[in-house]
Design a protein. Structure first.
Length: 472
């Protein structure tokens, strides 16, 4: 696996990075493990909280620099990259301010003699395998909570965003984090499996494709390592018959074209009530037609290139296959006369269940639009998917929209709103979109040893006589 930055706007090979050696891997594991044991012996949570606040400040001070690196690595709009850096600072701040409270022991009322509580302890090194589409945010949402817990982290980032991974670690170290808190290694997949197998590694967090998730999950299962998986999505955007079409029109195009449509939680399937279907298509087309492709560093640009030539070619092949199987092109699917890896925003309709596109995630600026004649049909169609990550429901009444949302088989649903990722909100899905949660208190406990402690001044043998004591 070659780690290489290729600017997707200019197609220039910026820099190539060598893979980590066995000696580098062994040294990283040793340093991280030593740090874990040091943290376990010494209660340094307050110190780590202060460092996390320093990291938030460091990211804000470096916002423009970090944003430029991300744009060069994977092509996203500069203003979107700046927003991603700010979100990282918010996540670091959140866990710095709230982490200690979340990690307090939880008392349990029990009939056992004495006092019972669940203590929350670190477990060891976490292996994080992260993607390219949000080259800072994806790292921070695993790093920040585990740093507070006291779990050091080894990072294997995507092969096309090595500059961003290096910049992230540099910022963390400049903020005062101990060496070994976060170590970036340019790894091949075999090396990832070897690290997972190491007894010093106690957990694996992955965000990526279903194929990558399956491979890493197998390695983790083989060695009985806890893991979390955030995989793909085919999120539904449901428009009920009483929805405000003006509000829908302002949100729908953004949910599909943000980050050039390269988002797991992008709205990929628009499921629209029959009475609003034609108007929805017309409005979506107008918004898609108004975007301006170009230099992602310019504020006038509103459509970024895709992250790579390979990604663009894959998306085009998926669209071609959809059309060959009966899909209609309502708008788009024409070349953009620019040198970068641009893909014209495209709207597909008339996709039936026999079309491969019905069950294929299109990771780019392509919208599938479906007409439904009832609310129950909309819900059934939204749930007819192997994925279950997120979703959006627009309704005239938000309470009714929430009732519909609760029937959608996904990990997250937003009603009358753009899907947002914030540190206090749990992030994750069901079905083939993965398992486990990141961020929020749920995410913080992903790799925590929730240890039961029961203490009494003297043993109570009456429970033994009463048959309440059992062992495996």
């Amino acid at each position: 696996m070659a780690y290489q930055t290729v600017n997707p706007y200019t197609n220039e090979v910026v820099k190539t990075y060598p893979n980590a050696t066995t000696d580098q891997i062994n040294a990283a594991l040793a340093v991280s493990d030593n740090l874990y044991h040091e943290w376990r012996k010494n209660d340094e949570m307050e110190k780590r909280a202060k460092i996390l606040l320093n990291i938030a400040d460091e990211f804000r001070q470096r916002k423009n620099q970090l944003a430029r690196i991300a744009v060069t690595d994977m092509g996203k709009l500069y203003k979107e990259a700046q927003g991603e850096v700010e979100l990282c600072a918010m996540i670091a701040e959140y866990f710095a301010k709230h982490g200690a409270e979340m990690l307090k022991p939880t008392p349990i009322q029990t009939i056992a003699t004495g006092e019972a509580e669940v203590q929350k302890h670190a477990t060891g090194i976490i292996m994080a395998v992260e993607p390219w589409n949000f080259p800072y945010y994806q790292i921070m949402r695993v790093f920040a909570p585990n740093f507070m817990v006291g779990n050091p982290m080894i990072l294997k980032d995507a092969s096309n965003t090595p500059g961003s991974a290096e910049a992230f670690v540099n910022a963390v170290q400049e903020a005062g984090a101990p060496i070994g808190s976060l170590t970036n290694l340019f790894l091949g997949y075999d090396q990832v499996s070897e690290i997972i197998a190491d007894p010093r590694v106690q957990g694996v967090a992955l965000t990526g494709s279903e194929r990558g998730g399956r491979s890493v999950a197998v390695a983790a299962a083989e060695h009985l390592k806890k893991n979390t998986m955030e995989l793909g999505g085919m999120d539904a955007f449901i428009v009920l018959e009483d929805a405000d079409i003006d509000e829908v029109a302002e949100i729908a195009w953004r949910t599909r074209l943000y980050n050039a449509g390269q988002v797991c939680t992008s709205s990929k399937r628009f499921i629209v009530a029959a009475n609003l279907y034609d108007e929805f298509l017309s409005r979506l087309k107008a918004k898609f037609a108004a975007v301006v492709p170009g230099d992602p560093m310019k504020t006038s640009t509103t459509l970024a290139p895709m992250n790579s030539k390979k990604a663009k070619e894959k998306l085009q092949a998926q669209v071609n296959e959809a059309i060959a199987n009966g899909a209609k092109v309502y708008y788009g699917n024409e070349p953009i006369d620019l040198p970068g890896q641009f893909f014209m925003p495209t709207i597909l309709t008339d996709i039936d269940k026999n079309n491969p596109a019905f069950r294929t995630e299109m990771f780019g600026p392509v919208a599938q639009v479906y007409k439904v004649n009832s609310e129950s049909e909309a819900i059934d169609l939204a749930n007819d998917s192997q994925f279950g990550l997120g979703g959006i429901v627009f309704a005239g009444d938000a309470d009714h929209g929430a009732e519909v949302a609760s029937q959608i088989e996904t990990g997250m649903v937003f009603v009358n709103n753009f899907m947002a990722s914030l540190p206090e909100l749990p992030f994750g899905g069901v079905k083939k979109s993965g398992y486990g949660r990141e961020m929020s208190e749920l995410g913080m406990m992903a790799f925590v040893n929730e240890q039961l402690i029961v203490k009494a001044d003297h043993p109570d043998l009456s429970n033994v006589a009463g048959g309440l004591v059992a062992t495996d």
